[in-house]
Structures are given as C-alpha cells and as structure tokens.
Design a binder for this molecule. Structure first.
Ligand code: DSN
Length: 429
C-alpha cells in the first residue's frame, strides 16, 4: 500500500503540479484577499504560523477521546499537543476548564445544550433579527427545534438590549439556559447584569463570545468568564485563529461538556486545527495582540464617526466593538443590492438584518461592517475615513441606476481599493 501511494503521480508532488485546477482557485482567493477591502465582521487574516499549523500532517491522524483516554494509538504527539492547547486556552481566558475540540461555533453551542439541558427544556437568547445568532434558539436551528427557545430582542427606541425585558422573560419562562452573545450587535454586553438575572431564576448563564473573543482577551470588552457557567467562542474571528470552536466552563460542568462534545456530538478532533488553535492562543497572549485589540476598537469607533459624518445611518448610532450595522434604506436600495455592488468595488461585506427590519432576511435593509481584518493589515484610525469614503461612494454608485450598479464606477473604485490596500500587507499571504 505504502509503495503504491509513493508511486502514485500526485503523492508528494507539490499542489501546483498535482492539481492545477485547485491551485488556480487557491491562488485566485489569495489574490482576492490581498487586493480587496475585507469588511466581513466574522473574518480575519491569520498569521503564517497559524496557517502553517493548519496545513500539517496532523490532518492525517484520528484521535477520538481526550488526552490520556483515546480510542486510537499513536498519540505521542497528539496528546501533548491537545493538552498544550487546553492549558493555553485556560490561561488566556482565566477559565477553569477548556474543551478545544469543537469543530466550530455552532456545534459548540449545540454541545452546551446537550450538556446542560434535556430536549424540550426552555432556553432564552437574543433573536437573530435583533443581532443574535441562529444557534441561540432561532426557529430553523436545531437549538430552536429541539428546545423551547424563547427570544429577547432590542428596544425599539435605541436598538439596545433591554435588561428589563430579559428579566421579565426569564421570570415568566424560567429558562434552563440564558444565552448572551451576538453576531451583529455593535455594543458591549453587560455580563454581570445577565448573571444577576440568571441567578434570580436559577438558569445557567452561557456567553457566546464568538465575535468578541479577541476583544475580551485584549481587555477592551467586559470579561464573561467570572460571570458565566459556560463560555463558547469560535477561534477565527477577532481572536485571529483557525476556523474552529472552543468551550470554556467552570469545573462543575467540565465532565458534562466534554461528554457532550465527544461522544455526544463529534467524532475525532481535527488535530491540525487544534495545533493552529494552540498557536493562536499563544499569539493572543502577547502585548502585540493586546495592542491589536485596542486598535480594532479604536478603528471601529473611527469608522463609525466617519460614516456618521457622511450622513450614514448606523444602528444604535455607533459602535463599542469591531462592527457597525449600516441601514441603507435612505439610499433607496436593499442591503443585498448594496453588498453585491460593493463586492464589485472590491469591498467585501455582508447584507444583514437590522432591528425591526421590514425586509426579509435574505435581502434585508442593512450591511454589517467589521474592521478586524483591516486592523490585522496594520490600518489605523487615520485610514478609516478613506474606508468610509469608499463604502459611501460604492453605495451611491449602487443606488445610482435604480439599484443596478454603475459598472464604470465600480471598476474605478475597485482600482482605488487595490491601490489603497497595497501598502498594508495581508498577514499570512
Ligand atoms: N457566520 C458567523 C457570522 O458571520 O457572524 C456566524 O455564524
């Protein structure tokens, strides 16, 4: 078998030779990521070290179980690697227990429910249209199908979470789990206030900090760990690690969480991703990362100010974190039209629902705009005015012809974007 593989034409040949079609697509994506203004709030650029760890022989290895308790042999390097990732995660977040195996944020959240609830139990989470996440109980998600998910929203007057509403719903429905966390909410979360409510009704408080994990470890967002039974996150957003998930919890829940991840939901961990997570946790513990997190928040504020000064309409009137939510209704186009036109301008972001959105989720009224990737390229507050200008002109171009983008304008802006981003090297690429 070994002989057959080593004689096969593609074994040990480099990718460009072995598979030119895939290579060409990879090259295209590298170039696109270098030349565009990447503003998707859940994305980032990882370091070369994280990228290298992801592309390693660890992808060849099965390791069902946990360090010291595996169902496979050959763990001489995998066990210490996973233990290292766990220790780094615990130290980074100040958590009592860490599970580094979740494939991503959604399975991590489902694992939490499997650990803490019975099917049909009541949960309480921020609704998707108000900025929450699918897996906090939205009706089409398993978390909304197999559990009795009650949802809180945001206030009509200022689009902020109303802690009185959270308390009223918690008292009425007595949830087993209260979720706090979001994927499109531009303000900080008051974990202490959520914890008080959870205590009043005997609920487990679970924070999903997927979007803000990097800000939390960088000390520029309140810390959920002291207040929550469990904290989940992805590792690839502001934390700047590989695509993956992480669960942190108090010791009391460690066994239930570990059993829920494996064998409850998953098979073998993705060891190459575990290695890349370990590298990212090490990077996130450095003073350079703290400076990065501070810069992200400063850039978010500068971008919001630059957009407001152009008369653009921001949900909640600004931001405390890495993202802004822009309402494009005044431009007479939908979020989808704006996002597609901006993509042609080399400006990559996503259409997003805004609170109380009259439009459907597939083509909502808003745009979600994040600054984590630009900050990883070294952009500072001084560059945010130009970013706002490019977005503003791109949207105007999109709106110019009844929602059909102006091709010449989009091409001209794409050229400008390329020139603008070139002096800021894309990490890892
Ligand atoms: N896809 C993530 C985001 O964009 O926020 C959430 O799953």
């Amino acid at each position: 078998m070994l002989r057959a593989m080593s004689e096969s034409p593609s074994h040990q040949t480099e990718l460009p030779e072995a598979d030119p079609e895939v290579w060409a697509l990879l090259q295209g994506e590298d170039q696109r990521q270098r030349e565009s203004l990447r503003l998707i709030a859940s994305e980032n650029y990882v370091s070369s070290a994280v990228l290298r760890a992801s592309a390693s022989s660890l992808t060849n290895k099965y390791a069902e179980g946990y360090p010291g308790k595996r169902y496979y042999e050959g763990m001489a390097f995998i066990d210490p690697l996973e233990s290292l990732a766990i220790d780094r995660a615990k130290a980074l977040f100040g958590a009592e227990h860490a599970n580094v195996q979740p494939y991503s944020g959604s399975p991590a959240n489902l694992a939490v429910l499997l650990a803490l609830c019975e099917p049909g139990d009541t949960t309480l989470g921020l609704s998707l249209p108000a900025g929450g996440h699918l897996t906090h109980g939205w009706k089409v998600s398993a978390t909304g199908i197999y559990y009795n998910a009650v949802q809180y929203g945001v206030r009509k007057s200022d689009h902020r979470i109303d802690m009185d509403e959270v308390r009223d719903l918690a008292k009425e429905h007595r949830p087993k789990v209260i979720w706090c966390g979001h994927s499109a909410y531009p303000r900080t979360l008051d974990f202490a206030a959520f914890a008080t409510i959870a205590d009043e009704v005997g609920a487990h408080l679970v924070a999903d900090i997927a979007h803000i994990a990097g800000l939390v470890v960088g000390g520029v967002h309140p810390d959920p760990v002291p207040h929550c039974a469990v904290v989940t996150t992805t590792t690839h957003k502001t934390l700047r690690g590989p695509r993956g998930g992480l669960i942190l919890c108090r010791k009391a829940h460690a066994r239930a969480i570990d059993r829920a991840v494996f064998p409850g939901l998953q098979g073998g961990p993705h060891n190459h991703t575990t290695a890349a997570k370990a590298v990212a946790f090490k990077e996130a513990a450095t003073p350079e990362f703290t400076a990065y997190a501070k810069q992200v928040v400063a850039n978010g504020a500068a971008l919001a100010e630059a957009m407001l000064s152009r008369g653009m309409s921001l949900v909640t009137g600004g931001t405390d974190n890495h993202l802004v939510l822009l309402d494009v209704t005044p431009d007479g186009i939908s979020g989808g039209q704006a996002a597609r036109a901006l993509d042609r301008c080399g400006i990559e972001l996503n259409a997003n629902s805004i609170p109380f959105d009259p439009r459907k989720p597939f083509d909502p009224s808003g745009l979600r705009i994040g600054v984590s990737s630009l900050t990883s390229r070294g952009m500072k507050t001084g560059e945010m005015d130009r970013v706002a200008d490019l977005i503003h002109r791109g949207i105007a171009g999109a709106a110019a012809k009844d929602g059909n983008p102006d091709d010449a304008l989009c091409a001209a802006i794409a050229n400008e974007v390329r020139e603008f981003v070139t002096p800021f090297p894309a990490p890892g690429l």
